[in-house]
Ligand binder design. Sequence first.
Ligand SMILES: *Cc1c(COP(=O)(O)O)cnc(C)c1O
Length: 223
Amino acid sequence: MIENETVCKIQKEIENIRNNSQLASPAVTLLAASKGQGEEAIRAAIACGVTVFGENRVQEAEEKWPQILKVYPKVELHLIGPLQTNKAKQALELFDVIETIDRAKLAEALASEIAKLPPKERRFMIQVNIGKEPQKSGVMPEEADELIAMTQKLGLNVTGLMCVPPVEHPPGPYFALLREIALRNGLSELSMGMSDDYLTGVRMGSSCVRLGRVLFGEDSRKA
Ligand SMILES: *Cc1c(COP(=O)(O)O)cnc(C)c1O
């Protein structure tokens, strides 16, 4: 189970790096990646001061979050996994931030559904397949500018970019590339860095680290 000391330790590490890096973002959000975690683990994380959570699947999120959000309405929920166009409406209803726009069709579906929903503050990020890996989702780096522009033109509030770099290489250069794409498009948010590479992420300018294992424990996920 998540502990206060763990959250404090990670926040201190992040602050240290932030204070010593030229590229660091003015603020870094700690997002708890809660896929596979039950309600009890999530409530424990909230008790430790975590206020931002990320889920990978719309259906799993719909099963556990509505009742938690009733009690903790200030929690900010991000979708950090792939989204199918037929789930766009459900995703818009539940999530505050959708980090995984990766194709024009999805941006169009979101824009068309959003028009039918009551207004709510929402943010969107473009997921970039920064290592051009066939098994990963995300727009190719060279096609990112076009997708960003197109998504903005549809009226979606695009605030940043998200990536999951290849596991077999050092992440620094990939984070640097994501940062470069964000900068040239005037986007200020960078969702980059997970349990194994969040300190590098912060050093390279991450504004949001998505942490699962370091927070909840290696083997804490339900099957
Ligand atoms: C699971 C997941 C994370 C957290 O990964 P850890 O290595 O457990 O920290 C972050 N981002 C995405 C997109 C994930 O699916």
